[in-house]
Design a protein. Structure first.
Length: 251
């Protein structure tokens, strides 16, 4: 049978610099198949893993790390390039003008999205820092699809166990999963959970903000600029995946 595979080559936004193992930052992804799309549509309690399994299968050569353990910036860029390899760069979106309320329909080019690449020197203060209230020195891991899935599963299990009476613990589980060391020492998840539960909210907020800055420090620019055709004013929207991403119109 003929081979209709299309491949896209690109460089990971992290340049492979944020991982403990050796990672090849130059990645090539081949287009998805019908079988993989069927798996993507199947229900899963770990949606990131389901998508990452497909991305991993579509790597022409392994970069040395699963997309499930990539930082979010690399994962998102892999996802966008998988879509480009499978369906092309055209992506139809719709937004609402915040000034006049008009619905704006546009076609954007996924291949022209701005990408900021990692400068590890600028990130050191985001990985390791001192908390403002307790003065504890914290080292954090970078957020990955695996961590997001783990947090979601843990929180759902707690809700199920308590029959929906438990408070949302995703903030707690997320911070626990991201802390690597405290004052240079490693602790098990239960010890880290006790530590986080007792943290003053000033310190908890500080960790959250550091994690957010780390996530936003490199990767695809998710802000899209628009000009409303009705009122003529400019506004921004956040890039979102809609039904067009994996099922584009053919008109």
């Amino acid at each position: 049978m003929d081979n209709y595979t299309i491949a896209e080559e690109f460089e990971l936004p992290s340049k492979g610099k944020v991982y403990s193992q050796k990672v090849n930052p130059i990645v090539k992804l081949k287009s998805m198949t019908t079988t993989q799309e069927m798996r993507r549509l199947s229900p899963s309690e770990r949606p990131y893993k389901a998508m990452c399994d497909i991305i991993d299968e579509c790597f022409v050569e392994s970069p040395g790390i699963s997309s499930y353990d990539m930082c979010l910036a690399d994962y998102q860029y892999c996802l966008i390039n998988l879509r480009i390899a499978t369906y092309g760069t055209r992506y139809d979106i719709q937004t609402s003008c915040p000034y006049c309320g008009n619905t704006v329909y546009e076609k954007i080019d996924l291949g022209n999205m701005d990408v900021k690449y990692c400068d590890l020197q600028d990130l050191n203060s985001l990985f390791e820092f001192e908390l403002p209230r307790t003065k504890k020195k914290i080292k954090i891991n970078i957020q990955t699809p695996r961590i997001i899935d783990d947090v979601t599963v843990q929180n759902k299990a707690l809700q199920k166990k308590s029959k929906g009476q438990a408070i949302d613990s995703s903030l707690l589980f997320n911070i626990v999963s991201l802390i690597e060391t405290i004052d240079g020492h490693e602790y098990d998840p239960i010890q880290k959970e006790d530590f986080v539960r007792q943290l003053p909210m000033m310190d908890t907020n500080y960790i959250v903000k550091k994690v957010n800055k780390l996530v936003e420090s490199f990767g695809v620019n998710m802000q899209i600029e628009h000009t409303c055709p009705t009122c003529g004013l400019d506004y921004n929207s956040t890039f979102r995946i809609n039904g067009e991403f994996f099922g584009p119109n053919i008109d």
